[in-house]
Design a protein around this ligand. Structure first.
Ligand SMILES: NC(=O)c1ccc[n+]([C@@H]2O[C@H](COP(=O)([O-])OP(=O)(O)OC[C@H]3O[C@@H](n4cnc5c(N)ncnc54)[C@H](O)[C@@H]3O)[C@@H](O)[C@H]2O)c1
Length: 419
């Protein structure tokens, strides 16, 4: 079996949507065209664990065009688009192992199926594939020349492996490329999280209060968009600098258990665990909608809710209502998993264009420089990051100024008299 998907008959719909996304991914398309000519990854086996969306499909197309053999599983059990998976198998020859709504046993079986292809490059989103390779499937490490990691949470896990000295291959930190986190995390998460909440609930947002836990790249982007929709924004943070930034931006900042009294909607986006916990639930406004846009489903303590609720009801798929002993209700979206990918389609193609351009170019770089790299987490080379920004600007038809010789000299000198 070289794939495990819901239904190959969905491929026509998937192909149409992949091509729609491609229209807004010109940087990646230009890389795909070059890869098609130059075949920089000819014969390389790539194992990817990513959200199976139309944008990811276009990354996979670029990798296939480069000559690579690609196996893909989902990085979240709820984020797979089954039609996209079908088209990837039928139209692009990618071995996809992903079915929307798969249980954890199937999720793990799919990870194993990708590992069974003996991948040489690991393309991960959250480091589940890397973790499985470093724990259960260590015999497969011999094939791996390196990896790339898409998201903040995955980078945190890999950094801790590197610090322990257990990381067995070099990994490029895609998340921290400027053309990734400044756009994907900030603008992408801002828009797609609200998209997920609206698609799941169809609630009017203006005039309502949103509590956002975490004011990092994702949370600050979400706050910006929520304010734009007319919401009152409250930020909960643990980092004093971030809290101060949120305050100066004009948002209210308070402790989670205090914010709970005001929350109509609550979004966690910290990468941490138990961010919404017992004390917050105890104070929570009746009917609050609680969801998560951080990588793992660890941010909302659902165990606490399960233990303290007297009733739990599925109102509709991915919208569950918990009734507490005092009669208050809490509505949880997407079982605490990424709301933007479970209830909507994830980030718009235009931002994923840059994230995935970095992925494709980092994979090419890995192939070229594998022997020279140590087993640590590397930043994406500045030439790649800056290059992605330049090509993106070109595709947007935006021209910018260039420094004159005199300006370059001025910026690099301390003694103006020598100019
Ligand atoms: N939804 C998506 O599509 C998407 C996209 C990109 C990243 N992510 C994920 O979102 C999460 C956040 O990413 P980021 O790039 O914004 O990270 P970040 O490090 O820039 O921001 C996280 C913020 O959360 C704060 N924080 C940590 N623990 C907290 C707590 N208990 N209460 C309140 N605040 C707390 C930190 O101080 C930090 O400011 C990660 O899990 C990342 O992988 C999701």
């Amino acid at each position: 079996m070289n794939h495990d998907i819901k239904d190959i008959a969905l491929a026509d719909d998937g192909l149409a949507r992949i091509e729609w996304a491609d229209r807004d991914m010109p940087v990646l398309a230009s890389i795909r065209e070059r890869f098609e000519r130059e075949k920089p990854l000819e014969g390389v086996r790539i194992g990817a664990c990513m959200h199976v969306t139309t944008e990811t499909a276009n990354l996979m197309r670029a990798l296939v065009a480069s000559g690579a053999q690609v196996a893909l599983c989902a990085s979240n059990p709820l984020s797979t688009q089954d039609d996209t998976a079908a088209s990837l198998v039928r139209d692009f020859g990618v071995s996809v192992y992903a079915i929307a709504g798969e249980d954890m046993e199937t999720y793990e079986k799919h990870l194993e199926a990708v590992i069974a292809t003996n991948p040489q490059i690991i393309m991960d989103d959250g480091a589940d594939l890397d973790t499985a390779l470093h724990t259960t499937f260590t015999d497969k490490l011999q094939h791996v020349i390196g990896g790339t990691e898409e998201t903040t949470t995955g980078v945190v896990r890999l950094m801790s492996m590197a610090a322990e000295g257990t990381l067995a291959y070099p990994v490029f930190n895609i998340n921290d490329a400027n053309t990734k986190h400044c756009f994907d995390n900030h603008y992408g998460t801002g828009q797609s999280t609200l998209d997920g909440i609206v698609r799941a609930t169809n609630r009017l947002l203006c005039g309502r209060t949103i509590v956002i836990s975490g004011y990092g790249y994702c949370g600050s982007g979400l706050a910006l968009r929520a304010r734009g929709m007319g919401m009152n924004v409250i930020v909960c943070e643990v980092d004093p600098l971030k809290a101060l930034e949120a305050h100066m931006e004009g948002y209210q900042v308070m402790k989670a258990q205090d914010a709970a009294r005001f929350a109509d909607v609550w979004v966690t986006v910290t990468g941490n665990c138990k961010v919404v916990d017992g004390p917050a639930f105890e104070n929570m406004k009746d009917g609050a909608i609680v969801c998560n846009s951080g990588h793992f489903d660890s941010e909302i303590n659902l165990e606490w809710l399960e233990q303290h609720a007297v009733k739990k009801e599925e109102i509709k798929p991915l919208v569950e209502e918990y009734t507490l002993a005092d009669g208050r209700t809490v509505i949880v979206l997407a079982q605490g998993r990424l709301v933007n990918l479970a209830c909507a389609e994830g980030h718009p193609a235009s931002v994923m264009d840059m994230s995935f351009a970095n992925q494709a170019l980092a994979a090419e770089y890995l192939r070229l420089h594998a022997g020279e790299l140590e087993n640590k987490v590397y930043d994406v080379p500045a030439a790649i990051d800056d290059g992605v920004a330049r090509v993106k600007l070109e595709t947007l038809g935006i021209e910018i100024d260039t420094l004159t010789e005199e300006q370059i000299k001025y910026m690099g000198s301390w003694n103006f008299a020598t100019l």
